[in-house]
Design a protein around this ligand. Structure first.
Ligand code: ARG
Length: 467
């Protein structure tokens, strides 16, 4: 073999790789992030090969010891990554051979980089999902606790961003929590489906060695070996599913961010975001900017982009492995980093949001937010709903003219619009009466919010117990 060509596959080549092509085709600058999983997979592979007699126990022990030393070198930052060696897999294998000699060259028996990389990414993503889930649980826990604390806090509810009906802040927070509960479900679903072992598929067709893929699957904590070797080396559905989970999660967090930004503005003034989550302006001394929610809102776009990249990456690939697949890593890695950072920021910040209750209450009092309650009151007194709607419309027009909310009108004033109105009308025109009356599952009544919060807490406890 010519020394000038790649030592892993250079045997059939008559000239060295073009220097630019070498850099262009290499992935080691970014796939080093798989080093830990690559070593984990190789140890399992060598263990299985010894179990079926393809390697001797001494060879296995030398390989495992060498790989553990390499892991330590990488952790200490002493590993010398080489671009000519192309990727994380060949870098580690070359170093193993350097350390333990010819036995190192036996590690790749019955294996290809195609099933190796497919295994490494699954191991990596499985670990990443567990980290993401921990932050997601921390955020959901904090949100539920805040919702419970704010079950009685009244704020305006909006449609079309116009004051619609009063709701409780706790109810609003539990709406966010429901979005996250669905995201959590999608995450666990993705983890369950991806947890099958590609290793043993070799390049595409399987291998001639008497391998036992069940052993490897068990050693690596996979549910089972992947069913079809062609599919196993080329499937990247799990990366797409994760990016899809991440896109939906960030879409939700972007909506929450938008509300936090609006609420912390001088015009809404509904909340105080602690200073530690904000920054100032270099020119305007009075400014306190909600950078954290703004950045979460902004980072949503790049994760959508990664989902599009991955879908497009896969759309025209014939079976089985193609080099295109090397492009799966950067979008996937950046999705993991971005989601983890955004979740961490939210899990720290959301429980620290301080509602300005008096401002929220005052805002809910404006905009005739109990108009529907008055219409429902008239219906209970025998008026048809469409007529009731019209009567309330007239009283709102009167209130606008007089600059008076419905609850600020006298009984005589209200009676001008309908004779059936009695003093008990004031029970429904107050904000407290309005929210308390929506007393059914899914409604905004404080008692319902407390019940919903405790159901959410129980659901979270179930998830924690099962993982
Ligand atoms: N670096 C490659 C990747 O990330 C590893 C697999 C390469 N396989 C091959 N036949 N060139 O996909």
């Amino acid at each position: 073999m010519s020394q000038a060509t790649n030592q892993s596959w250079g045997g059939r080549f008559s000239e060295p790789t073009d220097a630019f092509v070498e850099r262009f085709t290499a992935s080691v600058t970014f796939d080093q992030r798989l080093a830990h999983q690559d070593i984990q997979g190789s140890i399992a592979h060598a263990t299985m090969l010894a179990r079926v007699g393809v390697l001797s126990n001494d060879e296995r022990d030398a390989i495992v010891a060498g790989l553990n030393e390499i892991r330590a070198e990488i952790e200490r930052g002493e590993f010398n990554w080489s671009v000519p060696l192309e990727d994380v897999h060949m870098n580690i294998e070359a170093r193993l051979t350097e350390k333990i000699g010819v036995t190192g060259k036996k590690l790749h028996t019955g294996r290809s980089r195609n099933d190796q990389v497919a295994t490494d990414i699954r191991l990596y993503l499985r670990d990443a999902i567990d980290g993401v889930e921990a932050e997601l649980i921390r955020l959901r826990d904090g949100m539920v606790a805040l919702a419970e604390r704010e079950a009685d806090t009244i704020m305006p509810g909006f449609t079309h961003l116009q004051t619609a009906q009063p709701v409780t802040f706790g109810h609003h927070l539990l709406a966010w929590q429901e979005m996250l509960a669905r995201d959590h479900d999608r995450l666990l679903d993705c983890r369950r489906r991806m947890n099958v072992l590609p290793l043993g598929s070799a390049a595409l067709a399987g291998t001639t060695y008497p391998i036992d893929r069940h052993v490897t699957a068990e050693l690596l904590g996979f549910e089972r070996p992947a069913e079809n070797s062609l599919d196993a080396v080329s499937d990247r559905d799990f990366a797409i599913e994760f990016a899809s989970f991440a896109s939906i999660l960030l879409m939700h967090m972007s909506r929450m961010s938008e509300e936090l930004v609006l609420w912390s503005s001088a015009q809404f003034d509904f909340i105080d975001l602690p200073d530690r989550f904000c920054t100032g302006s270099s020119i305007m001394p009075q400014k306190k900017n909600p950078d954290v929610p703004e950045l979460v809102r902004g980072k949503t776009g790049r994760v959508y982009g990664h989902l599009m990249s991955l879908l497009t990456l896969m759309k025209s690939q014939p079976l089985a492995y193609n080099k295109d697949n090397q492009e799966d890593k950067e979008p996937l890695f950046d999705t993991v980093t971005t989601v983890l950072d955004c979740l961490k920021a939210f899990a720290d910040m959301v429980p620290a949001v301080e509602p300005k209750k008096a401002n929220m209450f005052e805002a809910a009092r404006q905009g005739f937010s109990t108009a529907t309650d008055l219409a429902d009151y008239l219906v209970r007194k025998g008026v048809a709903f469409r007529d009731a709607h019209d009567i309330v419309g007239q009283s709102v027009a009167y209130g606008l003219q007089q600059e008076k909310d419905l609850s600020e009108m006298t009984l005589d004033e209200l009676k001008r619009f309908s004779e059936v109105i009695e003093p008990d009308v004031f029970d429904v025109l107050t904000l407290e009466g309005s929210v308390a009356a929506r007393n059914h599952i899914g409604g905004t009544a404080p008692d319902q919010v407390r019940a919903a919060a405790s159901r959410a807490r129980a659901a979270l406890a179930d998830i924690k117990a099962s993982t």
